[in-house]
Structures are given as structure tokens and as C-alpha cells.
Write a protein that binds this ligand. Structure first.
Ligand code: SF4
Ligand code: SF4
Length: 382
């Protein structure tokens, strides 16, 4: 029987981050994926290293997985470079600090490399639905192939942070808020993420998801670790995200990119249409805590539609007792609608584009995506 690699999702058990479990799990996953690694091939592993988070926070791809994957690829004769573009300046000192916090520095002990090339490249991508010219991190051009190694997380703006969202990390750190500002509409932003995935497709060897311990609740940086117990992989980032969403009981309308990838004919309509190699039901976490993503179902065009959308959409809300008045939220806000008053952020909600960068980069988890009391009358959060 012919295997449709675009619909195929592989799932293998991985109970924890101990080398004794990680290595056999990754070997099984790579065998299922039938990767062809040529000696001398230069492979970039694009991890999720969103910011200075320790591995135990579940906010970043766990270093032990990246370490073992690098070791396996090196044993096959490949050259390995691990990298990402975290939030903030894309500079060598900033990268070094993130690699240290996330324990990625271990890669260098086994003969792999960490990316310190901070050059920027410019892409022309006429096939894009939204973004036909953009800047990206040039280190990826030096690679023969790329592995997208994401983390299973909830996300304030998008509902889900998994394979598709992880490729926002090919955009240089300080350009990311610009793109948020350029695409304040959720559909446009979601389509832009899909464009980045389509741009990278020719080089993309595999998408892998660290779903050993995911992040639930106030993700993608201030949520709580939640045990899931597996690794997932697919040639298609869209198929992988559909399977991952179903595993954490996230419906398509609770995500921005899932319905868009289906609409663009890049993914099947449901998890039932995927070819799943592994027992997905074993890892189902029915009460995984989610974020109230905008979804695409609310509101519409015109004055009334926009008003409904504004009323029902979540907003960043402050928990004052957690705020330390550091001002990071104001610094990162692409719409420049945050001012600090009495050491606490004040948000001009009328001009807020609901990108949730403030929530993502608050070091204390003091901001959360929340709906208003009125919205709760219409929408039952699951
Ligand atoms: S980033 Fe967080 S802790 Fe810092 S001022 Fe903003 S809300 Fe407060
Ligand atoms: S206040 Fe927060 S959600 Fe609103 S535009 Fe600024 S960073 Fe984005």
C-alpha cells in the first residue's frame, strides 16, 4: 500500500527525558520516518527556544531530545547545527544566553554546533497567500536540510503552538513584533505562518514534536508542565498539528492555523483522515488546560462584525500581584499601546492588536489572555 507522507503522523512512547528512554524512542521515530541521511549532509535542527527558559518549565524543546537527535545524526555521518531566533535582538550574546538557559550548550560537548550566524536573508515568495517578501535568519540557507523540532504548548494568540507556529522562529527576533503589527488580523497572521512553512518545505526533512511534557494553560511561556508521554513526527507540519490538537482535546475553532491549513488544502479535514502510525488514544489528555484563542468563527467584516469580534475576543489581563514592573511588556508591544504607571502596565485596549507578545514575554506570567464577562455569556470555555 502506498504511504501518503503528507497525511502520515508517527507517534512513539517516550516516558521521560532520560537518555535511556529518549534514544530508543528517537531511533524508532526516525526508522518510521524513513529518513535518508547522507554522510556529510549538513542538518539544521530548528528548536523552540522562545526565550531564557529552563527545560523543566516545558516552555522550550527539551535539550535531552535535541542532544540525542544530534548524536544519532552525527553517528550517521551528518553535521548538525542547532538554532532558533528567540524573542528580542538576534545577536551573538543574546543567543549565547538563551543556549545557556535552555541547556543547549551540551550539543557542543558531543561534536554538534550551535548557530551564531546572525546574518539576515531576504525571501521572495510569490506563491504566498499573505507574505510574499520577508526576512529570515540566514543560517538556514547554509543547511542541506532542516528538522523542525517543536514543543507542544498552548498559545494566547493562536490557541496552539506546535509545528506550524515554530517556524515563526525563522524570522529574526526584532522583526517578529513588526510582523505582528503588519498582520493584526488573526487570519492574516495565521496565513503568514503557513506561508513560512510553505517557503521552508523544500528543505524540511521532518517535523518532530516534544510531547513528553507539554505546556498547558498560560502558554507559550508562563503555563504549567503537563505530562503527555510521547514524541510525534510528520513530513507535514499541518498533519502533525491536527494530531497534536486532537491529543489535547483542542478543537479546530480553538486554533487559528488549523482551519486555515485545511482551507488552503494543505491538511485533511479531521484527525480521522490522517494515517497515524502509533496509538494516539493512549496519549489523550482530555482536560488539558487551554487558552481562549480568538478562533476564526467570531465577528466578521463591517462595523457590527468588528464590534462583535472586539467584544468577544480575549484581551491581555494583568494579575497585579505577580507584576514586578520590569516594563518588558511595554518594550515588546508592537503596537506601542502599553505604558507603565505606578510600576504596572496600562493597556490602550482600543488600539491593542491582541498579538499577546506582552503575555508571551512577561517573565512573571503576570499577563494572561482572558475574555470579558460579556464574552463569557456567549462563549463557554472548554
Ligand atoms: S512584563 Fe510582566 S512583570 Fe514586567 S511590567 Fe509587564 S506585566 Fe509586569
Ligand atoms: S498590549 Fe499586548 S496584546 Fe496588545 S498589542 Fe501590545 S503586546 Fe500585543
Amino acid at each position: 500500500m502506498k504511504i501518503n507522507m503528507e497525511k502520515r503522523v508517527m507517534i512513539v512512547p517516550c516516558g521521560d527525558y532520560d537518555e535511556a528512554n529518549v534514544r530508543p524512542a528517537l531511533i524508532e521515530l526516525l526508522n518510521k520516518a524513513r529518513l535518508e541521511i547522507r554522510p556529510g549532509m549538513k542538518i539544521g535542527i530548528k528548536a523552540n527556544l522562545v526565550t531564557f527558559l529552563k527545560p523543566q518549565t516545558a516552555g522550550v524543546t527539551h535539550f535531552s531530545l535535541i542532544l540525542e537527535l544530534s548524536r544519532l545524526l552525527l553517528e550517521l555521518g551528518a553535521k548538525v547545527v542547532v538554532g532558533d531566533s528567540p524573542g528580542g535582538p538576534f545577536t551573538k550574546p543574546a543567543l549565547a544566553a538563551v543556549y545557556k538557559a535552555t541547556a543547549m550548550t551540551r550539543i557542543e560537548e558531543i561534536g554538534g554546533s550551535l548557530n551564531y550566524n546572525t546574518d539576515i536573508a531576504h525571501a521572495e515568495f510569490p506563491k504566498a497567500a499573505t507574505i510574499s517578501h520577508f526576512t529570515y535568519t540566514a543560517w538556514l540557507d547554509e543547511m542541506d536540510a532542516v528538522i523542525n523540532f517543536c514543543k507542544l504548548k498552548t498559545h494566547g494568540m493562536l490557541g496552539l503552538s506546535c509545528a506550524v507556529k515554530n517556524l515563526f522562529g525563522i524570522v529574526p527576533g526584532l522583526t517578529k513584533p513588526e510582523y505582528h503589527y503588519l498582520y493584526p488580523d488573526q487570519r492574516d497572521f495565521g496565513n503568514m505562518l503557513i506561508d513560512l512553512n510553505e517557503f521552508m518545505k523544500p528543505k524540511m526533512l521532518l517535523n518532530i514534536c516534544d510531547a513528553v511534557v507539554g505546556m498547558e494553560g498560560n502558554g507559550p511561556t508562563s503555563g504549567s508542565p503537563r505530562y503527555v508521554g510521547c514524541l510525534m513526527a510528520s513530513k507535514s507540519p499541518y498533519a502533525l498539528d491536527i494530531a497534536a490538537a486532537s491529543m489535547i482535546n483542542l478543537t479546530h475553532d480553538e486554533s487559528v492555523t488549523l482551519p486555515l491549513s485545511i482551507e488552503r488544502g494543505l491538511a485533511p479535514k479531521s484527525v480521522e483522515e490522517l494515517e497515524i502510525d502509533g496509538d494516539i488514544s493512549k496519549y489523550f489528555v482530555g482536560d488539558y488546560k487551554k487558552q481562549p484563542a480568538h478562533g476564526t468563527a467570531f465577528g466578521g467584516s463591517g462595523f457590527f462584525g468588528k464590534a462583535v469580534k472586539t467584544l468577544l475576543s480575549p484581551n491581555p489581563r494583568l494579575t497585579p500581584e505577580l507584576c514586578i514592573g520590569c516594563g518588558k511588556c511595554a518594550e515588546i508591544c508592537p503596537a506601542k499601546v502599553i505604558t507603565l504607571k505606578d510600576m504596572h502596565p496600562r493597556i490602550d485596549r482600543k488600539h491593542c492588536i491582541r498579538c499577546f507578545c506582552c503575555q508571551e514575554f512577561c517573565p512573571k506570567g503576570a499577563l494572561r489572555a482572558k475574555r470579558s464577562a460579556v464574552a463569557h455569556l456567549f462563549i463557554r470555555e472548554k
